[in-house]
Design a protein around this ligand. Structure first.
Ligand SMILES: Cc1ncc(COP(=O)(O)O)c(C=O)c1O
Length: 498
């Protein structure tokens, strides 16, 4: 083991005597990233875990390089060279957005000052900035002055937090086994995870049927509410989705709110993806009804062009936030709350917590909300054009026209060839494309069949990029149908890991 001699580690501490070293290190890091971004010509290198793993395993963590430049050289090899680049116009896979520069500036500042947003005495202004942003978001949602909320690590945590509040607000004597959460077939899996973490029964999440556009059917919701009531079950929340992960579909919020109000059930709107509409000048109306929710999830790291992590849970009535309050003598004793000291830990599931809100703050202060909304509107426009392109292409079928920016589609083998082959051809095409690194697309299942998915979040992606990726996918799929499937038939095997 190597021990630095006394004092040798001190120059690495960030303080008033080391700011020159800090400036040089951060500038060198920014320079590496800038150069890499300038040179990246595809979203991915196509590297496999098997090829990369030995390079990382070979690094001796007991032997430091003691030099930022050397560490950055090494990082080129173990990370930057093969990273997945979301800013690339042919990254079309998951809900990852390219990020805006003011938010990156925020990252530099927030990590160096390193405020922790659990208590006022660890953050001061950071706490007030976060509170102001929650107020701003609540205003965009249409909540009144009683609203509140807190930043979280992501949509999964926001949904968990909202469901925790809903469970407590249900104020029921019913045992956890009788509690139910209703969400659509297209709702996010984090709702199930949350139900599990909250100690609900394995069958606690009831899926509500969707229509052809993959939106929750209000009539089916009314039926399920009635059925649960008759079975002696207590519906503690309905989770509507404003922007489903696969289809971008937005559940009919006014009708759902009506049913929830009549039944006295907590309505949570998961707008992790659709929250970008809050700043859209052309499409804000698609979220009408969201102001009638009891709680809302917003993921700024999906549709506000923010770096991971940046999310929030917002509630209509701050009184509900009390369910997450715990006082610790060493951190946030009750007397502080009584004196009105703003300790965000009183609202959060986390204790030590990043000042992620700063990224959104700088984004709004530099660009303003309309500019963010314009970027989101552009990707929604592009998705509509891409829908027309795929719908007119006989090589593919496309499932629904998304009100947001996803496209679920699949390659269709030439006439006469079976549906099983279509599944394998699409799986193969996605894998082969990823291995080439030319583009990244997602995959999903619709009614038990394998489909491909584009998630467009980059205004730089052109219709030509999309047409090019469709050609690449069709080429790989056709290769599977013509060359590989006949071979697999001969050997009795398959080339695809389903
Ligand atoms: C609709 C929806 N809700 C919640 C989440 C979870 O968000 P996160 O990945 O930030 O935890 C996602 C992620 O894709 C999502 O699409």
């Amino acid at each position: 083991m190597i021990y630095p001699h006394a004092g040798a580690a001190r120059p690495y501490l960030f303080n008033d005597r080391t700011v020159e070293g800090y400036r040089r290190a951060i500038a060198a890091g920014a320079e590496r990233v800038a150069e890499r971004i300038r040179r990246v010509d595809r979203p991915f290198s196509g590297v496999s875990p098997e090829r990369l793993e030995p390079e990382i395993a070979a690094i001796d963590l007991e032997r430091p390089l003691r030099d930022h430049a050397a560490a950055l050289d090494e990082l080129e090899r173990v990370y930057l060279r093969d990273a997945v680049y979301f800013h690339h116009p042919r990254y079309l896979a998951h809900l990852n957005c390219p990020v805006v520069i003011p938010a990156l500036l925020g990252e530099v500042v927030l990590s160096a000052v390193n405020s922790s947003l659990d208590t006022w005495d660890q953050s001061a202004g950071g706490t007030l900035i976060e509170r102001r942003l929650i107020e701003w978001t609540a205003g965009r949602i249409g909540f009144g002055p009683a609203a509140d909320g807190v930043f979280t690590s992501g949509g999964t945590q926001s949904n968990l937090h909202a469901l925790l509040l809903a469970r407590e607000e249900a104020r029921t004597e019913a045992p956890p086994a009788r509690l139910r959460v209703l969400t659509s077939e297209a709702g996010h899996f984090s709702v199930r995870k949350a139900a599990n973490l909250l100690g609900l029964a394995p069958d606690a999440v009831v899926t509500v049927e969707t229509d052809g556009e993959r939106r929750m059917r209000p009539a089916a919701l009314a039926r399920e509410l009635e059925r649960c009531h008759r079975a002696g079950q207590v519906v503690m929340a309905v989770v509507a989705t404003a922007g489903t992960t696969d289809f971008g579909s937005i559940d009919p919020l006014p009708e759902i709110a009506e049913l929830c109000e009549a039944a006295g059930v907590w309505l949570h709107v998961d707008a992790a993806y659709g929250c970008g509409l809050l700043v859209s000048r052309r499409r804000r109306h698609l979220l009408d009804g969201i102001e009638r929710a009891d709680s809302v999830t917003v993921d700024f790291h999906k549709s506000f062009f923010q770096p991971v992590s940046s999310s929030a849970v917002v509630v209509r009535d701050r009184v509900a936030m009390r369910h997450a309050v715990h006082h610790a003598d060493y951190l946030n004793p009750r007397r502080m709350a009584d004196r009105g000291i703003p300790n965000q830990v009183d609202k959060s599931l986390q204790t030590t917590r990043r000042f992620d809100a700063l990224k959104l703050w700088l984004t709004l202060r530099v660009m303003g909300p309309d500019a963010v909304g314009e970027l989101f509107d552009e990707v929604v426009d592009r998705a509509a054009e891409a829908y027309d392109l795929i719908a007119a292409d006989p090589r593919f079928e496309v499932v629904t026209r998304s009100p947001l920016s996803t496209l679920v589609f699949r390659y269709l083998p030439p006439d006469g060839l079976g549906r099983e082959l279509a599944d394998d051809a699409n799986l193969y095409a996605r894998e082969a494309l990823a291995a080439s690194g030319e583009a990244l697309v997602a995959g999903t299942k619709v009614d038990g069949r394998h489909y491909l998915k584009f998630t467009l979040l980059n205004p730089e992606t052109t219709l030509d990029d999309i047409a090019h990726v469709l050609d690449l996918l069709a080429g790989h799929a056709r290769h599977y149908v013509d060359e590989l499937a006949p071979l697999a038939d001969l050997t009795g095997g398959t080339h695809v890991n389903a």
